[in-house]
Design a protein around this ligand. Structure first.
Ligand code: 9MR
Length: 371
């Protein structure tokens, strides 16, 4: 009843998925006494969470869970342009510095999210840039140089450009940046970031590319163009905001195709919802208004399969890590943004681990037999 059929292209289920499914024989995924070691301790690659830094450091219970489970951290919003440069010449490094301090203190990798995103462009930049695109091009260069340069060697990698393609299909998103600078703004952003920190791992990050193969193809085409032109791109971020009915076969296919580029693959914003939406604010469609045990178990299996697919399809040297987009249902963006109930994460509203937590853990622990 939870998974609903959708019209996805017929895609050959790759062998590795059959192996994955053979691990998931309907065993109930619940807490065992040996299971509280923390996700990061059983993983071969970094396990991250996105979080609001002030919320984190003012909540001891949340912080204890964050420290025991994660060795990578991303700011949900604290490192976006609207936070860093709310007004002209008024850089605000406070939250970014706090998150860096926290990451160092707890030996976590700091991942930078993000440099250029239409949804986080400050009003003053839009107003000034719309009148003068020469200024805008220079501004982008200086902003990236200054920001990435300031955290050189401290931020391991960056989402350089976020969501530059339309939600669905193959078109570049007609954003403020695209409209004023043309699609070249994307390549330039990567060039500037690389100039400022040649060791940073630079990602293109987007959503729906795990399920919309037309969109994925468009992103991969851009990646190939970048490679040909020598644009420094090192990774693809699959946001992976998925739903219970996003077919695992399609996710597997997409991961495999992306991994064929040889780039780093980051599952950068993972959460799994039961309800659905139209990708727009307040666009939720609430088919489920309460969470049953059956749903909890199904979500646990989905988390487990996702981790297993990542481990078995993405070659080890390309596994940049898996990052959850907040890790408690209490804090998740989903309910507020789509205006609907849901239970997207691995901890519940009371900060108790859900079956999803144990599914995720199991996915990290299971021994993988590769062909
Ligand atoms: O979760 C983030 C939310 O708290 C912010 O209000 C919002 C706007 O800055 O951004 C959310 O994070 C988004 C991420 O940066 C890019 N992918 C989609 C995420 C959810 O909207």
């Amino acid at each position: 009843m939870i998974s609903k059929k959708q019209n996805y292209p017929q895609i050959k289920i790759i062998h590795v998925i059959l192996i994955v499914f053979s691990f998931t024989a309907c065993k109930s995924l619940n807490q065992k006494s040996t299971d509280l070691a923390g996700l990061k301790n059983v993983s071969e690659f970094p396990i991250g969470t996105a979080i609001n830094i002030n919320k984190l450091i003012n909540d001891e219970a949340l912080m204890a869970l964050q420290i025991s489970n994660f060795n990578s951290i991303t700011a949900t919003s604290d490192m976006k342009m609207r936070e860093i440069l709310p007004a002209e010449n008024q850089f605000n490094w406070k939250k970014a510095d706090t998150i860096l301090y926290y990451a160092n203190k707890h030996k976590q990798r700091l991942f930078g999210h993000n440099l250029i995103w239409h949804s986080s462009t400050p009003k003053w930049v839009e107003e000034k840039g719309a009148k003068d695109n020469v200024w805008l091009g220079e501004f982008m260069k200086e902003y990236i140089h200054k920001y990435v340069g300031r955290y050189k060697g401290k931020v391991a990698g960056w989402d350089v450009v976020n969501e530059a393609f339309e939600s669905k299909g193959s078109e570049y998103r007609k954003t403020f940046w695209y409209n004023n600078l043309g699609k070249e703004y994307i390549a330039n952003a990567f060039r500037y970031a690389h100039e400022a920190d040649p060791a940073a791992v630079l990602f293109y990050n987007d959503f729906n590319i795990e399920r919309d193969t037309t969109k994925l193809d468009a992103v991969l085409k851009m990646v190939e163009e970048f490679k040909k032109e020598g644009v420094p791109i090192h990774g693809i971020g699959f946001q992976m905001h998925i739903r219970m009915d996003t077919p695992d076969e399609v996710i597997a296919y997409s991961l495999k195709k992306a991994a064929e580029t040889g780039l780093q693959i980051h599952l950068s914003e993972v959460d799994i919802i039961f309800n659905t939406h139209n990708d727009e604010r307040s666009g939720g469609i609430e088919n489920y208004s309460s969470l049953t045990n059956e749903m909890k178990q199904a979500q646990a299996e989905k988390y487990k399969n996702l981790v297993l697919m990542y481990r078995s399809i993405v070659p080890k040297k390309q596994q940049f890590g898996i990052t959850l987009w907040d890790f408690t249902d209490r804090d998740s963006w989903i309910k507020g943004f789509f205006n609907m109930k849901d239970w997207p994460t691995i901890y519940d509203d009371d900060l108790k681990p859900k079956p999803a937590y144990f599914g995720f853990l199991e996915g990290l622990k299971v021994k993988i037999e590769k062909e």
